[in-house]
Structures are given as structure tokens and as C-alpha cells.
Design a protein around this ligand. Structure first.
Ligand code: NI
Length: 242
């Protein structure tokens, strides 16, 4: 009798373990991430990225648009601006956006010492952690300028871009909108700056149009995760084209 009971118990345990394995396997096939968002890897995806903020004037406007449209973005923030905008940093995290490191004060990282590079990156992560409780998993060098020492030294995946809106130069919502809508394709990483009113205005127009065209607006991490291309520290990335 005792033996039967032990056998039954063992059988039940094995069954439960198997069920757990199957449950995990089936979960991996369902495109729902930890925030409960549905992302279909078969459908087109782009990552909107915003550099040089947060900005007390414009970042909240962009966050409002993303929220209204259930879209996520990636904010490559500067340490010098993080210290002035803790509430915006907290809001980004709370609303499911990804934080990226863009250095402390926008120096050309190819022109500084290893020690200064360390301070620019690790010091900025410390400031981001003070504001939000989390550190960054990705980095974008100012001006997109990089060399082997920078890519290795930052010790994170380095994210460049594939679609430049040139928003910093044109400061014109019509041109920014046109640059995106006429050139966008599946797997793009789109470069914008959340420090201009013209960019905030363009985002208001671009986000609904991209969704209407079937694009899923995802973070950089999501873009690579659902493209089946894991991001690796010490390498640089421009797009997630199939
Ligand atoms: Ni920048």
C-alpha cells in the first residue's frame, strides 16, 4: 500500500514536471511579452528611438502619443538631462518604454580616454539607476560615432539606426513625417530626438499612420527578441531586417 502510494506520488510529480515543461514550451510560442503585450513576430515591426533627452518641454508630449496608441519606444538619454528629469524617467519605465545610455554630455566617445569613456557610460547608468532603479541594456554613441575601442568599452550592444529623420537639422514636422512614411520598412530603427517641438508634432502624426500600415511599434529589445536575433555586448547594430 505504502509502495503504491509512493509510486503514485512519484508519477504525479513526474506528470507535474512534464506539464510544467510543456507549459513553458507553449508559452514561448505565444507572442505575449511580460507586460502582456501581444507582439506577432510574423508582422512588421519598427523601433522608434529618441535621443538627447529627457526634455522638460517635449518628452511628455511624445510619451502621451505613445500611450494613446499603445506603442513603445526607446529613449537614449543623456546623464546630464536625467538628473533634471527624474519624473519623466520614472514615467518612461512605468509605461513600458526602454531606456538606453547616450553618454553623460554628448561627447564624441572616439576622442576620449578609456577612463573618461567608463565615466560617461557607467556614470550615466548610475544616474539612471538613481532615477528609476534600473540600468540600461543598450547604448547609442553620440553622433553615432564609434570605433572598436568604444564598441568594446561600453560593454553593451551598441545600437545605431537605419532610418534617420534628420529632425535635428530640418526641425520641420512635415519633412520628418515624409522622411519616415516614404522610407520605413520592416526591421527599421528610426532616429529622432525628443528635444524638439517639431519632432513631438511629427510623432503625433507618424505613430497612428505606422500602426494603420500594420507596423508594431516596439522597443529595441523587443525588435531583436522577436526577430530571433539576440543582442550581444561588444557588437553594433543598425537594423533588424529579415
Ligand atoms: Ni545624440
Amino acid at each position: 500500500m505504502k509502495k503504491t502510494l509512493i509510486c503514485l506520488l512519484a508519477a504525479a510529480m513526474i506528470l507535474t514536471m512534464n506539464l510544467r515543461v510543456y507549459a513553458n514550451e507553449s508559452l514561448n510560442n505565444v507572442p505575449v511579452n511580460k507586460e502582456g503585450r501581444v507582439i506577432d513576430p510574423e508582422k512588421p515591426m519598427v523601433a522608434l528611438t529618441f535621443d538627447d533627452g529627457p526634455s522638460a518641454l517635449y518628452t511628455a508630449k511624445i510619451l502621451d502619443v505613445l500611450k494613446e496608441n499603445d506603442a513603445k519606444g526607446t529613449f537614449f538619454v543623456l546623464g546630464s538631462e536625467v538628473v533634471k528629469n527624474h519624473e519623466l524617467m520614472k514615467r518612461m519605465v512605468k509605461e513600458g518604454h526602454q531606456l538606453g545610455n547616450h553618454s553623460y554630455n554628448h561627447k564624441d566617445l572616439t576622442a576620449i580616454s578609456d577612463e573618461e569613456l567608463y565615466l560617461q557610460i557607467v556614470g550615466t547608468d548610475d544616474l539612471i539607476e538613481n532615477a528609476t532603479g534600473q540600468r540600461t541594456a543598450v547604448m547609442r554613441p553620440p553622433y553615432g560615432r564609434k570605433n572598436q575601442a568604444v564598441v568594446q568599452g561600453v560593454n553593451k550592444p551598441v545600437i545605431i539606426w537605419s532610418l534617420d529623420t534628420l529632425d535635428w537639422e530640418n526641425r520641420d514636422a512635415n519633412i520628418i513625417e515624409k522622411n519616415v512614411m516614404e522610407n520605413v520598412k520592416d526591421g527599421d530603427i528610426i532616429l529622432m530626438h525628443d528635444i524638439y517641438g517639431s519632432t513631438a508634432e511629427a510623432v503625433k502624426r507618424i505613430v497612428p499612420q505606422l500602426i494603420e500600415q500594420g507596423y508594431q511599434l516596439v522597443t529595441v529589445d523587443e525588435l531583436y527578441k522577436y526577430s530571433g536575433k539576440p543582442l550581444v555586448a561588444g557588437q553594433s547594430y543598425n537594423n533588424a531586417y529579415k
